[in-house]
Ligand binder design. Structure first.
Ligand SMILES: [Fe+2]
Length: 148
């Protein structure tokens, strides 16, 4: 599921598949039309906090009514894969990847607004996955500083 959804997660950018112009939703719809597994379509439709971008685009209700949102280690790992890999396949630390996206789109772009809002959840998903890969229990993450 993870490998298939990772390969397919940005299929909705294909010009032939554009419907709403929101690549996550368009990709999920195409996968469903092509009879891919429903779980893959849902993972793609919601990949990397797509529900927050859907809010920016006025498509949140459409997205969540068409595709169930999976909250799981696989969904985290898909976000991890997306947010630690650059546009040319290079490895990134998640905060550097998020900075790269913000600089690529510029300060006023809808995608930048989405990325700023999504950063805490994306970083948490990456850290949870890193902890799973390390075989340890995830610790309290992003934004949860203890005062002493
Ligand atoms: Fe994407």
């Amino acid at each position: 599921m993870l490998v298939a959804s990772a390969w397919l997660h940005d299929v909705g950018y294909s010009p032939d598949l554009v419907d709403t112009g929101f690549h996550s939703l368009d990709g999920g719809r195409w996968l469903r039309r092509e009879r891919f597994d429903d779980r893959i379509a849902g993972l793609v439709a919601h990949h990397s906090c797509a529900w927050l971008e859907a809010e920016e685009r006025g498509l949140y209700d459409v997205l969540v009514s068409e595709f169930p949102r999976e909250d799981s280690p696989v969904a985290d790992a898909l976000c991890f894969s997306d947010m630690t890999t650059g546009p040319d396949g290079q490895n990134f630390e998640v905060l550097d990847r998020l900075a790269e996206i913000r600089s690529r789109y510029g300060p006023d772009h809808l995608v930048t607004r989405f990325i700023v809002r999504a950063e805490p959840e994306m970083v948490s998903a990456v850290r949870r996955t890193e902890a799973r890969l390390a075989g340890s229990t995830p610790q309290p993450m992003y934004g949860s500083r203890r005062s002493s």
